[in-house]
Ligand binder design. Sequence first.
Ligand SMILES: O=C(O)CCC(=O)C(=O)O
Ligand SMILES: [Fe+2]
Length: 362
Amino acid sequence: MASFDFAPDIINGWDKLPAFPSDIETIEFDTISLKALQAREGATIRKIIDSCKTVGFFRIDLSDTKDGMQMLAAANEMFKLSQETFSLPDEILLADDVFGNGESLLGYKGLGKSVVDKTGRRDNNQQYYIGCGDLDGFGRSQAKYNNILHAAFPEMRNFSSLGRFITNEVLDILSTDLNLEATDPQYLPKLHSHSNNSGTHVRLLKCPASAGENANLQAHTDWGSLTVLFNAIGGLQLYIPDNLIPGQNAGWKWVKPVPRTCLVNLGDAMVKWSAGNYKSNIHRVSTPPGEQHPYARYSLAYFVRPDNDVQLRPLGKHQELFPTYKEWALRRAMAGNADTFKNGDWERGQGTESAVSTAARG
Ligand SMILES: O=C(O)CCC(=O)C(=O)O
Ligand SMILES: [Fe+2]
């Protein structure tokens, strides 16, 4: 099989890539302008929150601000770095093996070194995880990185700080949506440091061109809070459950890469903090579709993870679903005050008994 292996240029290089097929079923996401997001335009904020509560993915158009264009340029540098790094001999790469780096979960994962399904089938990807704690120099994890990556720490630091700038904007909006502003306007951003007490990292990924039709990366939800993702060749697919999107059947849908944008998706921590109101959707990477099939697929992510000691419990407006004992008891007691009795207080005053015994109490 003829195959092609080059780092994409996601600013000017789209015409060098074969077209994404037009006859496969895709899922479209809302596109948010970075400029409108930074200006906190009402309609934009509503689109972000709606996306978080439904599909758990949205797109940001980075072409309309200087920061956004800097992010695209920084991502291009990362793609070049990926190609250079993944071309190193195996013995250099495997010296940084993630499975030998303790609990840091940082370093290199070799081709075929993880499974993609319960039969134990091997993946078709190489990955490097570079910790933002290591990049920002506040501490050093046990992870090892090859010399090419070490030399590129300034560029990676630049990419991750632009990623942090964008995700903090989103975390700020979600703090307000969760009613956390009164406690601290920067509530969610402050749960995420660039230190070795956090798994936040830059991730380089390559799926080499492969003859088969296989799952390159297993179906998963992201583990952390937010992911900023760049890709140029197709392969990413999302599982859309029944009734999520009117008129769309359940099943795996392709995601078409869109020039000058990044994807942002929610991870499991957001689901926990919002008591299930925000969604982290299941996705996977298949071999590229149609004419893109013989191409090596590079993708790039900035993964935002909460600090290690942050609790995964409902926050802000969702916290009352999980009250302390005192809050629970007071709510019950106060609901029975005849002088302030109002609609809904009767129900608020009930205990945990079943509907049958509630009926018995009239
Ligand atoms: O490569 C992609 O487009 C997606 C990768 C992904 O989902 C992940 O690494 O968590
Ligand atoms: Fe993912």
